[in-house]
Design a protein around this ligand. Structure first.
Ligand code: NAP
Length: 330
């Protein structure tokens, strides 16, 4: 499956004096599911895609755990399908990136690169970004052996050798998951003690497929069409060496994409937006859905469900505001 990073830009209809009823920031599964639900409520939602059209899921070669696709579906293809379905009911999708928001005024003001928008309700679905190592070869070989999602890509490494970078719960959990497929899973950790909890550490130690390299950092990912090795540097001795591998799974933490909203909506200590079970933030009319508000599941299906729920609450909010205005005016 070819990755689709080049959306067809569509010219924004001027918002004029009329605020958008539902403005969705982010075009991953949460944002597009929200747009579908808001569109079907005839609210003509507007989605601002951000720089990563269709979000992290679009980077996945094949998604095999999204129901309805028994043979799997390309991540980019699924994003296209989500978008088409939302557009069919009147959602507008703009390739525009939000630069600032003001949630202290009504309607909310959203300044994007191409235009300033006003919105009665806002659904934040800006996702989270896997932390990257930032070493040569890493970005170039994404989808060719470098992955940030074992659930998404583990299957492609049947009977192959992979390395996992990181020493936290995610690294060990994903390493154990990868043993279903890979012949060996070598965890590379920069210290001599793992950060992960005791249970995961014990399970990993007891699994004969899991090996450990401690006190080592990856300095290069090597390969042209596909990963063939990583270069390691021993942090104690400074020695470097190549470690052959078919895959590099990197789990060194995630960062929610919430810097735009700092000081305007409640967040937890890691920067994830806090919502109640209805996807409502502490600001009435502002909702958050998908990985921006979910440090736990991080799956296409859960994000899409959160997006749908957020849109249903936005519909409810608009209907309540409307009936309040009608009541006030009689
Ligand atoms: P994390 O706990 O922050 O661990 C990140 C790991 O990556 C650490 O071992 C860290 O090394 C390493 N690391 C960070 N930057 C690095 C770099 N540039 N180069 C090499 N290594 C680097 O992240 P996480 O594992 O994703 O967990 C996030 C949170 O979710 C944690 O609270 C965790 O307990 C929770 N979680 C829980 C479960 C579970 O309970 N089953 C599963 C997944 C996540 P250092 O140790 O040296 O800092």
């Amino acid at each position: 499956m070819e990755f689709n990073f080049s959306p067809t830009p569509q010219k924004a209809e001027p918002t004029g004096d009329q605020p958008v009823k539902v403005l969705v920031i982010g075009s991953g599964p949460a944002g597009l599911a929200a747009a579908l639900y808001a569109a079907r409520a005839e609210l003509n939602p507007l989605v601002l895609t951000g720089m990563e059209l269709h979000g992290q899921a679009a980077l996945t070669n094949t998604i095999e755990n999204y129901p309805g696709f028994p043979d799997g579906v390309g991540g980019a293809e699924l994003g296209d399908l989500f978008q088409k379905q939302a557009e069919r009911f009147g959602a507008r999708v703009e390739f525009d990136t939000v630069e600032s928001v003001d949630l202290s005024v009504r309607p909310f003001v959203v300044k994007a690169y191409n235009q300033v928008y006003q919105a009665d309700t806002l659904i934040i679905s800006t996702g989270a970004s896997s932390n990257r190592l930032g070493v040569p070869g890493e970005t170039e070989l994404i989808g060719k052996g470098v992955s940030y999602c074992a659930t998404c890509d583990g299957w492609f490494f049947k009977n192959k050798k992979v390395v996992v970078v990181g020493g936290g719960d995610s690294a060990l959990e994903e390493a154990l998951f990868l043993t279903r497929y890979a012949s060996t899973v070598t965890v590379i950790h920069r210290r001599d003690a793992l950060r992960a909890g005791a249970i995961l550490q014990r399970r990993a130690a007891e699994n004969s497929k899991v090996k450990f390299i401690y006190n080592a950092v990856v300095t290069d990912v090597i390969g042209s069409d596909a990963v063939t090795a990583v270069r390691l540097r021993d942090v104690k001795t400074g020695e470097t060496r190549e470690h052959p591998t078919d895959g590099v799974f990197i789990f060194i933490g995630h960062t929610p994409n919430t810097s735009l909203f700092k000081g305007q909506v409640d967040m937890d200590e890691r920067g994830y937006i806090r919502t109640n079970s209805l996807m409502e933030t502490n600001v009435p009319g502002v909702y958050a859905a998908g990985e921006v508000a979910d440090p736990n599941f991080r799956q296409v299906i859960t994000s899409a469900g959160m997006g749908a729920a957020a849109a249903m609450r936005a519909v409810h909010f608009l209907e309540s505001s409307h009936s309040e205005k009608v009541t006030a005016s009689v």
